[in-house]
Design a protein. Structure first.
Length: 283
């Protein structure tokens, strides 16, 4: 079974910590590590190895069906931590690796345990404790994509970015960070974002009218038209007034994110602490 880099990190961390102690994530969850652990050494030793190759796989040493870390090993580990975040990751691993081999009853039990976003966030916490902030970012990105509506996941990701020196307004569309030619910014209480980045992420069609300096975006039968340096806009031909006009910054059109996203029937959320704009489509 091939795993991408973030899931390899998560899988390696969880299996290693669960099989060694069965308690690491309980500590990270309740925040008592500092009180209970010997300050001279980490509470848990993690040996996180990540293969950069695109065809990287989890080794048979970890998932050998007959080895201590295989099917039975994961089940044994699950018994120790099934009510903790680590249990959710192990349940997910069991369903992914052995889904065709386990009984319907066990599948139902594993589905009930699985809460992947919380589990992955817990893995990120452990990685931060071990000083692996970059790896924690990869894992936390997976937590965001596991539950697009969980603002706490975005907040944690934003704080991890800040640890790496990345600042400003963060933008996420359906759990992904669009490629930006100009960074989002706040003006008069409204967040403006690169129009093309939002449109492409939402798979909308965009046209530019140089004569009237207008931008038109069409998606799912909805047509939105904005005029540069004007608070005037139309949605399906009906005129509306923007709080902040669309503008051109460094050759890129920027628009009020809430207006354009909601006009295109996407949900927009704002995470204040890390200045994160969260846009997602309801499934």
């Amino acid at each position: 079974m091939k795993l991408n880099k973030p899931l390899m990190i998560a899988a390696t961390c969880v299996v290693a910590t669960s099989l060694m102690t069965g308690s690491a994530f309980a500590k990270s969850e309740n925040g008592n590590n500092a009180d209970k652990a010997d300050s001279s050494k980490p509470a848990v030793e993690l040996n996180v190895k990540v293969k950069e190759d695109k065809d990287a796989t989890v080794t048979s040493d970890t998932y050998n069906d007959h080895g201590k870390n295989g099917y039975q090993g994961l089940l044994n580990a699950l018994e120790n931590v099934k009510d903790k975040p680590a249990g959710a990751v192990i349940a997910d691993l069991l369903l992914t690796k052995y889904g065709t081999q386990i009984s319907d009853q066990l599948k139902a039990e594993l589905d009930a345990i699985k809460d992947r976003d919380a589990a992955l966030s817990a893995v990120a916490d452990v990685l931060v404790e071990q000083g692996s902030v970059t790896d924690a970012v990869y894992v936390q990105k997976e937590a965001v994509k596991a539950n697009l509506k969980n603002l706490n996941s975005y907040k944690k990701l934003g704080k991890l970015f800040e640890k790496l020196g990345k600042k400003g307004v963060f933008l996420y569309v359906n759990g992904e960070e669009p490629t930006l030619e100009v960074n989002p910014f706040i003006k008069d209480g409204s967040t403006l974002v690169p129009f093309r980045a939002i449109s492409e992420s939402l798979k909308a069609e965009v046209t530019w009218n140089a004569e009237e300096r207008s931008v038109t975006v069409t998606r799912g039968g909805i047509t939105v038209k904005l005029f540069i340096d004007s608070t005037k806009a139309t949605v399906d031909g009906k005129e509306v007034t923007l709080e902040v006009p669309a503008a051109i910054v460094e050759g890129n059109t920027v628009v009020p994110v809430r207006f354009i996203s909601e006009a295109l029937k996407a949900t927009v959320k704002w995470e204040e602490e890390t200045k994160s704009v969260v846009i997602y489509e309801e499934q």
